[in-house]
Design a protein. Structure first.
Length: 270
């Protein structure tokens, strides 16, 4: 059974992301884990244990309320509750080890400041550093069957085939066209050879390879999506300059903090 981790801080943004995921996978056998991380903002207080217990109670209360709201829309969804003490990065990393999710779902508010990213600025660290597939859902995004999925690529081959499994699953399940968009800089690449290698990971899917020009990478990708009526944008995190270029703060603010489309982020760390 597929396992999906839902992050929540009990906000409307987080709830929308959870609803989006439950709708996306409602016809599949999925085991959801609804996770809330809570932490102390201070230490050294003689009342620290009391405060921790109160936070734990509030966390569990909030999770039960969220579960009730989710079950109103999706009464048959299998959702377990996970209330965890600690900072977000540590909690998520530990949950990945214990729960082994194929996908992590989180929301983003689309505000101007990085601090307004869902769950605080630590969530940006999740996007950058957590070695797991992430689906980032905009605050007002409503699920729509994805007919076209854009894959922003530097045409470098995927090192670990399993990395793209979430994308393959989505594309096959919804019979979506997969549209590769090359945002290559000045490096020479044998396009035919590179396209053939990448296509080998996506047999049985309708693929197309496209190229965009210009310095503004994020605007180029978003413009391409709008022109082609695409629904989801996918990025692969290689530990190389390509991802760092896309995740330059100015680009991040446009694509993550001012999102127009759900973003699937895959991590190719090998």
């Amino acid at each position: 059974m597929k396992r999906i981790l839902l992050l929540t801080d009990f906000s409307d943004t987080a709830r929308n992301a959870a609803m989006y995921a439950l709708k996306m996978f409602e016809n599949e056998k999925v085991y959801f884990d609804l996770l809330n991380a809570y932490d102390l903002e201070f230490s050294g207080s003689p009342y620290i244990m009391q405060v921790k217990e109160e936070l734990a109670e509030e966390s569990l209360k909030g999770l039960k309320n969220e579960l009730s709201l989710l079950h109103r829309r999706f009464p048959n969804a299998r959702v377990e509750l996970a209330s965890r003490f600690g900072n977000l990065m540590e909690v998520v990393q530990n949950e990945i080890i214990d729960f082994k999710p194929e996908l992590i779902v989180m929301g983003c508010r689309g505000e101007t400041a990085l601090e307004n990213f869902l769950l605080g600025s630590n969530a940006y660290e999740v996007v950058k550093h957590v070695n797991a597939a992430l689906l980032v859902v905009p605050k007002h995004a409503k699920f729509k069957k994805p007919d076209k999925i854009v894959f922003a690529t530097d045409l470098k081959d995927i090192k670990v085939d399993e990395v793209v499994e979430p994308l393959r699953d989505l594309s096959h399940h919804f019979h979506a066209d997969l549209m590769f968009v090359n945002v290559l800089e000045d490096d020479y690449v044998n396009r035919l050879e590179a396209e053939s290698k990448i296509a080998s990971h996506f047999e049985g899917l309708n693929l197309s390879f496209n190229f965009i020009e210009g310095e503004d990478v994020s605007n180029g990708i978003l413009k391409f999506m709008d022109e082609n009526d695409a629904d989801i944008v996918t990025l692969v995190r290689h530990n190389e300059s390509f991802f760092e270029r896309l995740f330059h703060p100015s680009v991040t603010k446009k694509m993550v903090l001012h999102p127009e489309h759900p973003m699937l982020i895959l991590h190719d760390e090998a």
